[in-house]
Design a protein around this ligand. Structure first.
Ligand SMILES: Cc1cc2nc3c(=O)[nH]c(=O)nc-3n(C[C@H](O)[C@H](O)[C@H](O)COP(=O)(O)OP(=O)(O)OC[C@H]3O[C@@H](n4cnc5c(N)ncnc54)[C@H](O)[C@@H]3O)c2cc1C
Length: 332
């Protein structure tokens, strides 16, 4: 297995911040990964997928592992469902496109999310009323500490809002994911923006839903090749009843979604916008002028500049509305 030395990580994060890794490898099979873990038991390890939800603030004196497992296979099927296993390194949207082209339903609302398949369970990627957890039945992974291979059932993944056991423990390298998709599809309204985009189409097909999502996302989100970013920078805050009541006194029109068990989700974008911070820029970092939740890099290579800007946003939102925004992006 080829281990590279002193590798620049700038191409491996969509914010394009600079940092170097002392060691870097891209195992293309579980066997290669196990061999590496055995050969480098004491090195600190960092897993990087396609780099769309991580940025670097300092060099890494250890081993970066970029899972390179490929392959898409049908593992079982019956008249109504199909179970498909995809390798960690498969590009997410290509995988979604392939499923849609074959008439397999369940992933279409997650079209165009920049991700590797292997990272999809980590923060349980979600968009337009769907989440990866709705279709994931199994995750295959290797325990970095013990070197043991393990299969996680859906329940063992402990999925939550932008959360999972993998994110909580940071202990596993995901090698592949198994999705259960449906062979039939009937459009159900889950998200108002999407229904608007599909207006005039009776019973939209899978491909029409996917194309509508692609159009909306292309309009709304900055192109990370032109304006480096990591998508939504902060999580939508989840509040207790008391916190929700206090917030509503300050902002009567704040969007609130009841997520059950006495918890209420609100919109981080709305809070940033109401704090007057959409389109705010400080040096080479700013919030995107068309979407307050996205922090964009106008030219810095120093991840600390992004962290400093983030602190400014957190401070202002906390001061005005009493809510502490938490980053969704992983800052390393
Ligand atoms: C323009 C834009 C739009 C976005 N829109 C959305 C959206 O709508 N919904 C949404 O949920 N997210 C969105 N994101 C965030 C991003 O798409 C997801 O977080 C995605 O899953 C990141 O995948 P990645 O392969 O790039 O992971 P990376 O950024 O490389 O890694 C993310 C985390 O997962 C870990 N990791 C990655 N691969 C593995 C693996 N195989 N095994 C173990 N750990 C691993 C890393 O250590 C890191 O902690 C967006 C990002 C951008 C840039």
């Amino acid at each position: 297995m080829d281990i590279q030395h002193n590798i620049q990580l700038q191409p491996y994060n969509s914010f394009r911040t600079k940092a170097s890794a002392r060691l870097f490898c891209e195992p293309s099979s579980t066997e290669e990964l196990l061999e590496i873990l055995k050969s480098y038991p004491r090195e600190k390890k960092l897993i990087v997928g396609a780099g769309f939800n991580i940025f670097f603030t300092h060099d890494f004196d250890g081993l970066v592992i970029k899972p390179g497992m490929r392959g898409i296979t049908i593992v079982s099927e019956d008249a109504e469902h199909v179970e498909i296993e995809a390798g960690a390194a498969e590009e997410w949207d290509q995988f979604v496109g392939r499923c849609v082209a074959n008439g397999y339903a369940g992933l279409e609302n997650l079209s165009l999310i920049p991700s590797s398949v292997g990272a999809s369970p980590i923060q349980n990627i979600g968009a337009y009323g769907s989440e990866a957890k709705d279709t994931i039945v199994k995750v295959k992974a290797v325990d970095i500490r013990s070197g043991d291979f393990r299969e996680f059932t859906h329940e063992e993944c402990a999925f939550g809002y932008r959360d999972s056991v993998f994110k909580q423990t940071r202990r596993y390298v995901i090698t592949s994911v198994v999705f259960r998709l449906s062979k039939s599809f009937t459009y159900k309204e889950k998200y108002i923006d999407l229904s608007r985009e599909l207006e005039g189409i009776d019973s939209p097909s899978l491909a029409q839903v996917r194309n509508a999502i692609i159009r909306i996302r292309t309009r709304k989100l900055p192109d990370y090749n032109l304006l480096p970013n990591a998508g939504s920078f902060f999580k939508n805050p989840v509040l207790t009843t008391e916190e929700k009541d206090i917030l509503q006194k300050k902002l009567a029109d704040v969007p609130i979604y009841n997520v059950g068990e006495g918890r209420f989700k609100t919109s981080a974008a709305f809070l940033i916008e109401k704090a007057g911070l959409r389109g705010k820029r400080s040096g080479m970092v700013g919030t995107y002028e068309h979407h307050a939740l996205i922090i964009v890099n106008y030219g810095t290579e120093n991840g600390q500049d992004i962290v400093d800007f983030m602190h400014g946003i957190q401070y202002e939102v906390k001061k005005q509305f009493g809510i502490m925004l938490e980053p969704e992006v992983w800052i390393f």
